[in-house]
Design a protein around this ligand. Sequence first.
Ligand code: SAM
Length: 461
Amino acid sequence: MKTLKKFINEDKIQELLINQSIPTSEEVTAIVNKALESKGLDLEEVATLIRVEDSKQLDQIFQAAKKIKQSIYGNRIVMFAPLYISNYCVNGCLYCGYKCGNNMQRKKLTDEELASEARQIIQMGHKRIVLEAGEDEENCSIDYVINAMNVLYKAKQDDTSLRRINVNIAATSVENYERLKAAEIGTYTLFQETYHEETYKKYHPQGPKSNYLYHLIAMDRAMEGGIDDVGIGALFGLYDYRFEVLALMMHKDHLEEAFGVGPHTISVPRIKKANNVNVNAMPYAVTDDEFKKLVAIIRLAVPYTGIILSTREEAKFREEVINLGVSQISAGSKTDVGGYHEEARIETQFELADERPHEVIIKSLLEKGYLPSYCTACYRAGRTGDRFMQVAKTGAIQNLCHPNALMTLKEYLEDYCDDELKALGNRVIEENISKIPSDKMRANTIERLERIANGERDLYF
Ligand code: SAM
């Protein structure tokens, strides 16, 4: 283990948050201009932006977030779906519908059910999932998870399989992370929930997850185990959102310092109603305006890190927030075990707010000029960790991600859409071909799009 030191300096964060002074327009402009160079921001600068309340200054931050997103990710939005494989849990997390004290049906998917859920998800058009499970060594061991990954990767629907399985399971050992790596994990995702230790202890009264430090340094162990794409996040609503944003920055700095590569993604889940969870009694609810601000600031601060927005947010609000720098969204999600089979629905982990079917979300994205992408190429071509960051930082991403987005959207249109959606999608593809910077790549992409229309699949750069 390279490091066991606690890298979240709470005193430093509190010191920054004590400063209540309202930032001047000169200060904000200087920070926003620095951010527009896509070099990121330091902790003090992030703390200053968090204090912004003035609507003009906020608008300046929002516009910059949009610009940075556009310059690095273009109009692409990567799509995924969560897949809950087990709701057994030995933890007592107060905010979670799966907490062990809750009297509910406990279930884990059999191999047959796993394959069947995978086929349902493939049938929706997805290629990328996040495997989710509660923590229970006995009922949901690492062997079970690894077997599930194998079954899911192998499942086929009309000759198509899932191409990337990200995994969000409890903090575990280096050895288990090595096994997940060998089983071809995409990104390992784990949210710290709250970085504020006292609050963490309050919300995690029992079970292995109550160990703040073990949870905090999970990503260090994941990196040690060879997983170089890791996704961090905080559950907004447990503690002061300003504290969490600064702590996320410290976590990012730590990973960069210790391993030479920061988080691949940052997730921004907001607390939702769940079985036996009284959200109204939680004193740190994050308002929509605060949420928009924090997403935009994260985009300014870490331009090359994906930002993930889930279906916890309502459709209309989601579309507003996507505009502020989000690069990945889920669609058609179910948060119960076996939930992709209507007849098998059971208790969910928490309530969803955007329950639009996948294709409705795609239509809405296309109409707004976004390019939904089912690309999984970087991971499959070995562009993970710092290799991915190098591609991203040199701008080469436009020559790879943009063509890959177009090709995977084309596959989706050919395989899963009615004529109306197909026509809309093809129009968007046409409009976007000219955005591929290199002449050679543009010509290659046009040729490949024709091959996809003629039935070839799984082409990527
Ligand atoms: N067992 C893993 C763990 O302990 O981290 C899996 C995580 S769980 C399947 C995925 C995430 O859902 C949690 O990390 C938490 O942030 C989020 N979550 C739990 N309860 C929630 C709620 N009531 N509202 C919104 N998100 C919630």
